[in-house]
Design a protein around this ligand. Structure first.
Ligand code: HEM
Ligand SMILES: [Cu+2]
Length: 589
């Protein structure tokens, strides 16, 4: 059905109640007591799987952050002795860059935004008991867990973890003689492939669930925007993952079986890998951005008590962003010898994609207009996400223009740009979501004072860390350089490097209030009740935390999710599942 068709004059008859759980275990009124293993380890409950992804992702964020801090120490004081590790050598730096980038993208951003929030929210927000394929869901998490073990294990094999960059370009990655690393790179490829398999299984589940298990009365145009964004993110992941997996398999064959897919001497071409990598890599940016924007889209209306501005416009922008994300990839290859006649169209598409993204952001800002804004921690992080992302987005336009990029390519300008583009959805979005849905996940409220401390620390130190990098980049500081003292031209930028390193330390320390708040509130937080934020979406109709099976009775849906401050209503919110009676019929979107 057309998701944005006008509301039919007469309500279509409610579809039969969805068969939750894909029929693989029954949800009666009572349950056998579950064993510890079934409940916490090999659980098929989407909420438990969400928490498994959450804790794994947070753990990996600490690993990725630690690696970042090691690099930053080396960059601010090259050759310094690091307690317990001694002085860092070039090979180690390369390993840390590679494993930091890989970890943050595949083992932090993906599990937190899709694994945790996708799993937790999709069934709850559509009024379903669980995912369409709960066992596939469990398999997805455990495949991801295995990939995590392989990745972390690669630190301990002879030669250490991969040093060839998170982009793993051949020829460096294709021949162990060039990088001096055999097993680290093998295991890196295996780990990434397993991780992709895990999220392919997840993506199929998300899409099927959101389309098929909606509560009676819930049309596609009644879906909260975050679910649309999770669906579009899953679709673009499904369509882009194949080329990367194929590229990785060919890379493994070049390394182990003597093939020459990427070897010109054998008739191959190293540029093939760049195309396959970025055909995946660029859509991946939107796989992470969209769920982050989705979190913001849910939080802004609740804390400004206003309907989201331009639901359909945001929806079409999301779909346009998803489509366009497939035709921009070669903007990563402007200095790879690409034909200028090909570079120009890729510049054009790159600049074009900023249009739908800007439409979404402007709709968010318009949502705030004349609202009664309440600055909870969740709201602050949602607003912070918009503000910080604007810096990432606007600088992306410079990178996207081939003429400008030829100068700034592979400098710290790019490092600054992509951190400003990724940290907002991945960290700000994730934090906003945690402060907002924690009461639903764990049944208790988080502490607002600690939350605000966390917000201001994070926001200030993200900028202290990354703003100097724009300046360094414009002055020609190349990325992936382990010892700046080897280049006389970089000597006068030490102060900015030190500033960035102090910023990183501050950023990591600013996460302490979050950890205290997160674990402390499990025990001491105020009991939340089902709907502490007076929000409309269906998850707030379930108890906090929702039991296995989620809802006491199957909810039906009567309206879109954003009916706040509707004229003529006593309360300033109107939950999706509350029947409105004949008089309120006109209230449909
Ligand atoms: C804790 C905050 C962070 C700090 C201080 C930090 C710092 C760094 C540094 C110093 C580099 C190496 C630059 C170079 O030598 O070229 C780097 C690279 C990178 N970072 Fe981060 N980063 C942080 C968070 C993140 C996040 C959240 C993501 C993504 C979600 C991310 C993704 C990457 C990627 C993809 C690379 C490139 C790796 C490569 O060149 O192979 N970082 N980061
Ligand atoms: Cu790109």
């Amino acid at each position: 059905m057309n998701p944005v068709a006008e509301a039919p004059a007469i309500r279509r008859p409610a579809p039969p109640a969805p068969a939750a759980h894909g029929g693989d275990d029954a949800h009666g009124g009572h349950h056998e007591p579950e064993s510890f293993w079934r409940r916490y380890v090999f659980s098929t409950d989407h909420k438990m799987i969400a928490k498994q992804y959450l804790f794994t992702g947070v753990f990996m964020a600490l690993v990725g952050g630690f690696l970042a801090q090691l690099m930053r120490v080396q960059l601010a004081s090259p050759g310094a002795e690091i307690p317990g590790m001694g002085a860092m050598h070039a090979g180690q730096y390369n390993t840390y860059v590679t494993m930091h980038g890989t970890t943050m993208i595949f083992w932090v951003a993906m599990p937190l935004l899709l694994g945790a929030f996708g799993n937790f929210l999709i069934p709850l927000m559509i009024g379903a008991k669980d995912m369409a394929f709960p066992r596939l869901n469990m398999l997805s998490y455990w495949t991801f867990a295995l990939s995590t073990v392989v990745l972390l294990g690669s630190f301990f094999v002879p030669g250490g973890a991969s040093p060839v960059g998170w982009t793993a370009y051949p020829p460096l990655s294709a021949n162990p003689q060039y990088s001096g690393n055999v097993w680290g790179v093998h295991l890196w490829i295996l780990a990434v492939a397993l991780e992709m398999v895990a999220f392919l299984m997840g993506g199929i589940n998300y899409i099927t669930t959101a389309i098929n298990l909606r509560a009676p009365g819930m049309r596609m145009k009644d879906l909260p925007l975050i679910l649309w964004m999770q669906i579009v993110a899953s679709v673009i992941f499904l369509f882009s993952a194949g080329p990367l997996v194929a590229g990785a398999v060919m890379l493994l064959l070049d390394r182990t079986a003597g093939t020459g897919f990427y070897n010109p001497a054998a008739g191959g071409d190293p540029l093939l890998f760049q195309h396959l990598f970025w055909f995946f890599g660029h859509p991946e940016v939107y796989v992470l951005l969209l769920p982050g924007l989705g979190i913001v889209a849910e939080i802004l209306p609740v804390f400004s008590r206003k309907p989201v501005f331009g639901y359909k416009m945001i929806l079409w922008s999301t779909i346009a962003t998803g489509l366009l994300s497939f035709v921009v990839w070669a903007h990563h290859q402007f200095v790879s010898g690409i034909d200028p006649r090909l570079a120009a169209p890729f510049s054009l598409t790159t600049i074009l994609i900023s249009v739908p993204v800007a439409v979404t952001l402007f709709s968010f800002i318009a949502t705030l207009w004349k609202g009664s804004i309440e600055f909870t921690t969740a709201m602050l992080f949602a607003l912070g996400m918009i503000a910080v992302f604007l810096i990432g987005g606007v600088t992306g336009i410079l990178n996207g223009s081939a003429a400008a990029d030829i100068y700034i390519h592979d400098t710290y300008f790019v490092v600054a740009h992509f951190h400003y583009a990724l940290i907002p959805p991945v960290f700000f979005g994730f934090f906003a979501g945690i402060y907002y849905w924690y009461p639903k996940m764990f049944g208790r409220m988080m502490n607002e004072t600690l939350g605000k401390l966390h917000f201001w620390g994070t926001t200030i130190f993200v900028n202290v860390t990354f703003l100097p990098m724009f300046v360094m980049g414009l002055r020609g500081y190349p990325r992936r350089v382990y010892d700046p003292t080897q280049f006389s031209s970089l000597g006068d930028m030490t102060l900015m490097q030190i500033l960035a390193t102090v910023g990183t330390a501050g950023l990591l320390l600013s996460q302490v209030p979050l950890l205290i708040n997160f674990f402390g509130s499990l025990r001491w937080g105020k009991v939340a009740g089902p709907n502490p934020w007076r929000a409309n979406t269906l998850e707030w109709a379930a108890p906090s935390p929702p039991p296995h099976g989620n809802f006491a009775a199957q909810p039906s849906v009567y309206r879109w999710p954003y009916e706040y401050s509707a004229p003529g209503r006593a309360e300033d919110w109107h939950p999706q599942h509350l029947p409105s009676g004949a008089a309120a019929e006109g209230s449909r979107s």
